[in-house]
Every structure is written in structure tokens, then in C-alpha cells.
Design a protein around this ligand. Structure first.
Ligand code: SF4
Length: 342
């Protein structure tokens, strides 16, 4: 093996996605940049419509090119995925970059045995024969914690619980030892105890397969335990991006404060949760200036007209896109923390 943990694998620069529609242009993703290294879990967090899932579908080449305008660069191991011919991109997708979706039941064919579907994913990108592919399916089902994998591989999806189906989807994603695993809301359809097990499994396979993981979620709590870095998105743009420990300890952006203050924790009573007022904007006509300004309790003079650049503020520790001076952020952040602890 020539790869090693920490090796930079993915560099996304200025990713922009537009969907032209009869009502106008949907500005789904605007100027998004991030990186992923081997052994890293990047949590991408935001409400629905924040552009987190569309960004990953664009990286995977799963958006209809005829109906989408995509620009920027997605450099993966020296190649720009946005300019790869469809045949080469197909080889990358599923083999080198694999994806796990929210609803495993919708992704598994109800009429085929679980093991056969994993075996088929294996033969799609290899010359393996039927027996070798079936053995690989059983081996991976066992690896992701399906008990009696040899016999359960013969089950149909409806014979698996929700958590087992998500384990099977993770097994299928790992079939070619990918470099990157993109998990899009992998625990949203599961109950809380199973959620924790699936997150633990994703962390385990990250270590065992030495891969990078992108964890897409609307729930900051999901990334709090596992992510090494966090990118907070709103209205298709990056609001805050940096090491997870930094962002949870010293969040700098009012939208991140809003997400954190509305997140239930063991210590916080339910009546102490503070929801973010208002709703996310339409991406057909996103607000001028800072996209969060209509909902931001701290907006001031330039916010409605001037887009704040994503940068590390003077004296700040990580990137954010907010006009507030850093010392004001520190002051407001401290007031907020005091209120939450009260
Ligand atoms: Fe709020 Fe202004 Fe910062 Fe936007 S730029 S988050 S409106 S203070």
C-alpha cells in the first residue's frame, strides 16, 4: 500500500452549481471550497436546501449535465472530476469514491437477495466470477456486523431491519476498497440507538480501510462525536469551516451559533433550546449581501448589501463568512455561551 493517513485526496475549489428552470436559475451551490485527507472525517452541516447534498452529487457526477451548470474544480488524486469523460467518471464512482444514502430501503432492490446486490456491485467494476463476488459480499456483510452473514446474505431487503439495511449499504460501498466514502444523512431514517451504532461503524471502517469520510447531515450532534473538520453551509454557501474541535469550542458565525443553540444535548433542557427564527431562503432569489441576514439577530449596516468573504478573521482561528469584527464575535459568543449554560 502506497497511501497513508493524512494524504490529501480531494480538493474542491470554487464549486458552483446552477439549475436553470422555467421560473429562473436555482443557485444551489455557490463558490464552495474544501479539502479531504485520508483518515479524516469532514462533517458538512446545514438545513435542507443548504447545498450540502447537491455539492456531493456534483462531486460524484450524479447531476444531469444537460440540465445543470457546474463550474469550479474537483481535484481527486490529480484529476479534475468535473472534466473527466463519463466512462472514466463511472470508474471513479463506486470504485474509488462510494456513496451511502439516507434511505437504504430505497437503494436496495426489493426483489434481489442482499448478498446478490453486493456481489453485483463487485462484478460491475472487476473481472471477479460469481463465487468470488458472493464470497466478497459475505465477507463484507460479516465485516459490517451482520450476524450469520453467510446465511443472512441470502435474505431479501425486507428481512433486514433498518440498521441492518444501512450496514448492507455500507458493505456495498466498501466492495472495491474506495478512497472516499460519502455518507449523505446516513442515520436520519434510523432510531437514536441505531444511529449511534451506524456512526461508530462508519468510524471503524474509516480506520480499517484507511479512507476519508464526508458525513453530510442537518444535525450538528451527528458530527460532534466523529468529525475531524466541519463545514457549515447555508443557502448554498460556506458559512464556517475549520477543525471540529475549534468550531464546537469557539464557533464564530451567527448561523453556527443558531444551529448549536437549537441542538438538544444531554445537559440542555428541551425548553432551553432556541430555534433559528424564520426559514431558509429560496435559492431562486437568495437574499442580497449575507444570505443569512434576514434571520440574523446581529445584522448591521453592510450585511444586507455586501456579501461577506469566507476568510480567517484577524485574530480568528478558522474560516467564516461574517462581517462582524472578530472581537465582537468573541464577545457575542461568550454572552451566548453564558445564556446556554444558565
Ligand atoms: Fe449576521 Fe451580518 Fe454576520 Fe451575516 S454578515 S451572519 S447578517 S452579522
Amino acid at each position: 500500500m502506497t497511501s497513508s493517513s493524512g494524504e490529501r485526496m480531494l480538493d474542491v475549489r470554487g464549486l458552483t452549481v446552477r439549475f436553470p428552470t422555467s421560473d429562473g436559475i436555482v443557485q444551489a451551490v455557490s463558490d464552495v471550497s474544501f479539502a479531504l485527507s485520508r483518515g479524516e472525517t469532514l462533517g458538512i452541516v446545514g438545513e435542507s436546501g443548504s447545498g450540502k447534498s447537491v455539492s456531493n452529487l456534483a462531486i460524484m457526477g450524479l447531476l444531469n449535465r444537460a440540465r445543470t451548470v457546474i463550474s469550479g474544480e474537483v481535484e481527486f488524486k490529480g484529476r479534475d472530476l468535473l472534466t473527466l469523460p463519463p466512462d472514466e467518471l463511472r470508474k471513479v464512482r463506486g470504485k474509488e469514491i462510494a456513496m451511502v444514502f439516507q434511505d437504504p430501503f430505497a437503494c436496495l432492490h426489493p426483489m434481489y437477495r442482499v448478498g446478490a446486490q453486493i456481489a453485483e456491485a463487485f462484478t460491475a467494476h472487476s473481472d471477479a466470477g460469481k463465487h468470488a463476488a458472493w464470497s466478497r459480499a459475505v465477507e463484507l456483510l460479516d465485516h459490517v456486523g451482520i450476524p450469520n452473514a453467510k446465511s443472512r446474505a441470502r435474505d431479501y431487503p425486507h428481512q433486514f431491519s433498518g440498521g441492518m439495511r444501512q450496514r448492507a449499504m455500507i458493505a456495498m460501498a466498501l466492495v472495491h476498497n474506495p478512497d472516499i466514502l460519502i455518507c449523505d444523512e446516513p442515520t436520519t431514517a434510523l432510531d437514536v440507538t441505531v444511529q449511534a451504532q451506524i456512526l461508530e461503524l462508519i468510524e471503524d471502517v474509516k480506520r480499517e480501510f484507511d479512507i476519508g469520510v464526508i458525513l453530510v447531515t442537518h444535525d450538528l450532534g451527528v458530527v460532534a462525536e466523529t468529525a475531524n473538520s466541519v463545514m457549515v453551509m447555508y443557502a448554498g454557501r460556506v458559512m464556517e469551516y475549520g477543525p471540529a474541535a475549534e468550531i464546537f469550542r469557539h464557533p464564530q458565525h451567527p448561523y453556527a451559533w443558531g444551529l448549536l443553540d437549537s441542538m438538544p444535548t444531554i445537559e440542555r433542557r428541551l425548553d432551553a433550546l432556541v430555534p433559528i427564527e424564520g426559514s431558509p431562503p429560496s435559492l431562486l432569489a437568495p437574499p442580497s449581501g449575507c444570505p443569512f441576514h434576514p434571520r440574523c439577530p446581529y445584522r448591521f449596516e453592510p450585511c444586507a448589501t455586501k456579501l461577506p468573504p469566507l476568510k480567517v478573521p484577524a485574530d480568528g482561528a478558522h474560516l467564516d463568512a461574517c462581517h462582524l469584527p472578530y472581537d465582537k464575535k468573541v464577545e457575542l459568543g461568550a454572552q451566548r455561551a453564558k445564556k446556554v449554560a444558565a
